[in-house]
Every structure is written in C-alpha cells, then in structure tokens.
Ligand binder design. Sequence first.
Ligand code: PRP
Ligand code: URA
Length: 212
Amino acid sequence: MSELNVNVIDHPLIQHKLTIMRQKETSTKGFRELLREIAMLMTFEVTRGFPVKDIEIETPVAPCIGKQIDGKKLVVVPILRAGLGLLDGVLDLIPSAKVGHIGLYRDPETLKPVEYYCKMPRQLDQRTLLVVDPMLATGGSASAALTMLKEKGAKNLALMCLVAAPEGVKLVNEEHPDVPIFTAALDERLNDHGYIVPGLGDAGDRIFGTLD
Ligand code: PRP
Ligand code: URA
C-alpha cells in the first residue's frame, strides 16, 4: 500500500478518552459525552491552519489590532446518523458555524453507501466544509459524501473522523486527494463484515442506544 496521507491527532487526552469509548462496557451516555469531548479537542487542531485577518478594536486601555478568523462561516457536515455524535463538540468551539446534513447509510450486504438526505447552506463554493463521521471504514460513505458536496459546488473540504481504517484512508486519498483527513486513531484493518478492527463496534448504535 502506498503511503497514507492522514493526520492522526493523538493528544494524550484524546487517546485516553478514545480508549474508554472502545470498551464494550461503556454506556451510551458515556460514549456520547466522550465523543463530544474528543470532537471539541480535535476541532482545536483541525482549525489550526485557518486564515486570520487583522481588525481594529479598542480595549478599555487603548486601541489595538486584534485577529479574527477570516472568510465566510464554516459549514460542519455530519454524515447521518453517527456523524451527529461529533457535531456538538465542533459547535462548542465554533458556535456560529452553519450545519449541512447528508443522510447516507451503508448497505449491510454490499457495504456500498445509499443516499437518503442532503440539505446544505448556500454559497458552498465560498466556504470551508468540515465533514464529520466517527468511522472511516471502507471509505465508501465519506467518499460519496465528498463527491456529493463537490457536485454542489464545494471546493474547500476537510474530513474529521474518530477511527479510520487504512482501507478507508486509501480510498479517500485516491478519490479526493485535495481533502485532508483528520483522525484520532488509525486502526489495523477491516474484518469480513467491513467493521474496523479493533475499532469500537457500530458507532451509530453506540451513540443512539440502538444495539440489540
Ligand atoms: C457508519 C459510519 C459511516 C460508515 C462507515 O454508518 O458512521 O458513515 O458506516 O463505513 P464505510 O467507510 O465503509 O462507508 P452506518 O452506515 O452504520 O449508518 P448510521 O450512521 O446510520 O449508523
Ligand atoms: N461503521 C461503524 O459504525 N463501525 C465500523 O467499524 C465500520 C463501519
């Protein structure tokens, strides 16, 4: 496999929280809270390269030049359903961001993504879009979402996930070489059912408590 292009954000706090999330005994409440916290911590790193501009302000003591994030508001795009688990953590740090939703599920037989919903804000071509989904497994869902967004005019995209498999990173690298990938962990492989090993199981079911 050629070299993977992925940013692994492995701050000790993130590693610690992710380890708790991976454990099968972790409750839905705990899983959801930790996912939100990790999303917030990852957002800090994902936004590190954002452009800033100078603005004139006055402190109680003197006028000065401050910095402000430049450009139109960011769009956070959770891939339904599990992507919703990362949304609030991103919005905790970027409360004025816009939110676009993409509904995709992975057909359990073919493992191919099936689209069922898409609602985006306007002027996608002038905005940065941060696509969020906890699991990057085969990469089919993320790649399809990125293609859909590009067809709607998006030009500046990034992908944030929690756990990625090498197979998924490779597919997104090949199909969307312009899109940086940020993950908290790069795991070993996929199993025969397309689940990430060791992974954390089905993220959507663990976030929403829909496990049998
Ligand atoms: C999961 C996950 C990703 C997708 C990853 O969603 O949240 O969207 O699978 O797999 P892939 O990389 O092989 O496409 P799922 O289809 O289980 O839907 P859900 O979020 O509604 O639970
Ligand atoms: N989707 C999940 O929720 N988990 C996996 O391991 C793979 C796809």
